[in-house]
Every structure is written in structure tokens, then in C-alpha cells.
Design a protein around this ligand. Structure first.
Ligand code: DGL
Length: 270
């Protein structure tokens, strides 16, 4: 396989940019493609059959770039779409294993929390993976779908009243479970790290699916002998299935800069 082929990163919308940002930092010389399925977001409230159908069409779209690695930068697509990913992709990195491995390494008490979308929770994928790695672990899960809207509205500052009110409500049961590690199992959630940390207290270590997945993608490419050898900065190209303007605005929340409209292409997926 060609080492200069792109890494293709995809999500149901903008959340996967939290993975994309970390990939850019860790592997600035790699050519990157981002696809956000903004016409069909959210995935997290849908049935498994529908999510799997969406994941298949996302992969069909990305296949035209002949990527050397697919990074599934969406907790929901990673967990619910796993059968499709395993069937369709030669090489892929998803958010499940990297986050579960980091949590299993971090916990001292074996009491691990996972917050995610509703569909991810229903799949049981994080719980299964954590128990495989650490059979004595006790896993406490909570769906926190509204965090997706909180992030997309830009309410991410530590003292934002709405973000704190939503976090207080979602996290109150997990706080009572005395967990010492919490997986942010949806790629939108790392943007709310400060708010979530404040609610959970300093004694709880947050595992960011964004950073862990990017690191795993780098390790996967190295293991495959597929790292780009060039020293030049890699190319970046974004595709969305709806609303280029709103995607560009949201990039300023997720990345260190706002992506200009001319770097984003509207595509149709079906
Ligand atoms: N970014 C998606 C995830 O990681 C959440 C948004 C959605 O519900 O589509 O699960």
C-alpha cells in the first residue's frame, strides 16, 4: 500500500474533529481527509440497522480516496458499526479499544465510568472491551446525548451555566458510584472536559477518546509500516454531506483555527 495515501477520518458530524485535531498534532506530515455526515447527524439516537447502513455508505464514499487507514472518529459508528467496519475495511482504528486500554491502565480501583450516546451504551461495546482487558472491573455507563447539542452550541467554557446544569444532571449517578476513571466515549465530549472534570472532581481521571484514538492510529500505521516518510506538511481536505457554513463555524470550536469554506466540499451520500 502507498505510504503517501491519506488517512481518512470520519464521524456523524463535527465531533470527530476532536480526533482529527490530535492526528494533525501527532502526524503533521500525513495527508488527511475528514468526512462529517452532517446531513444525517445525530447517529446516537438511531437504531443499529440505520447506523450500520450509514457507516456502509460513509465507507463507500471514503473508498474513492484509497485511504491507507480509516479512523472511525465517532463512538457510535465504532460501537454499533463494528460488524460493517470489520467486513469492509482493510485497516481501521476505532475509538473503543484505545479508550478502553487507557482506562484499564489508569484505574486503581477498577471502578470505571463510560459516558456516550444512547446507541453506544445500548451496544455494550465499551463495557465488553473493558471487561476483556480487566475482568475484575466494574463498569458504570450513562448516555449523555444532550452533551452533543451543548458542544455544537459552543457552550464549552468551564463556567457555562447550561453546560454545568446538563453535566450535573447526567453525572450525578456516576458521582455516587465512586469511579476513579471516566471514558468520554463520544468524540464530542472531550470539548467539555473542563466542565465534566469540575463536576466529577479532581480524583477522577478523564479518558479522552480524541487523544487516545489519534495515538492508536499512529501506532497502527507504524506497526503496518505505513507512516509517510516525507518531512513536508501533509494536505488536509474536509467533506460534509450538508451545510458547509455551519461546519466551518464549528471548526473554530474543535480546531485551533476556523477552516475556510474553500477547503470544505459538499458531497452526497446515500
Ligand atoms: N460524535 C458522535 C459519537 O462519537 C456523537 C454524535 C451523534 O450522536 O452522532 O458518538
Amino acid at each position: 500500500m502507498n505510504k503517501t495515501a491519506p488517512i481518512a477520518v470520519f464521524d456523524s458530524g463535527v465531533g470527530g474533529l476532536s480526533v482529527f485535531r490530535e492526528i494533525q498534532k501527532l502526524m503533521p506530515n500525513e495527508n488527511l481527509i475528514y468526512f462529517g455526515d452532517t446531513a444525517r447527524v445525530p447517529y446516537g439516537t438511531r437504531s443499529a440497522a440505520t447506523i450500520q447502513k450509514f457507516v456502509k455508505s460513509d465507507l463507500d464514499f471514503l473508498s474513492r480516496f484509497e485511504p491507507k487507514l480509516i479512523v472511525v472518529a465517532c463512538g457510535t459508528a465504532s460501537c454499533v458499526g463494528a460488524p460493517v467496519l470489520e467486513k469492509e475495511c482493510e485497516h481501521f482504528t476505532s475509538v473503543i479499544s484505545p479508550s478502553a486500554i487507557a482506562a484499564a491502565k489508569t484505574t486503581k480501583t477498577g471502578r470505571i465510568g463510560v459516558i456516550s450516546t444512547a446507541a453506544t451504551l445500548k451496544s455494550g461495546a465499551f463495557e465488553k472491551k473493558i471487561k476483556e482487558l480487566l475482568p475484575t472491573a466494574q463498569v458504570f455507563t450513562k448516555a449523555a446525548q444532550m452533551f452533543v447539542n451543548v458542544v455544537e452550541n459552543g457552550w464549552i467554557e468551564e463556567d457555562n451555566e447550561i453546560a454545568n446544569a446538563v453535566a450535573k444532571e447526567y453525572l450525578k449517578e456516576l458521582k455516587q458510584q465512586d469511579i476513579d476513571t471516566l471514558i468520554l466515549g463520544c468524540t464530542h465530549f472531550p470539548l467539555l472536559s473542563a466542565v465534566i472534570q469540575k463536576q466529577m472532581g479532581e480524583g477522577v481521571t478523564l479518558i479522552s477518546s480524541g487523544y487516545e484514538t489519534a495515538l492508536a492510529a499512529k501506532m497502527d500505521l507504524e506497526a503496518l509500516g505505513l507512516r509517510n516518510q516525507s518531512d513536508a506538511p501533509g494536505s488536509r481536505k474536509c467533506f460534509v454531506s450538508d451545510n458547509v457554513d455551519s461546519f466551518c463555524q464549528l471548526t473554530s470550536i474543535f480546531l485551533d483555527h476556523q477552516v475556510a469554506k474553500e477547503h470544505v466540499e459538499l458531497v452526497e451520500v446515500n
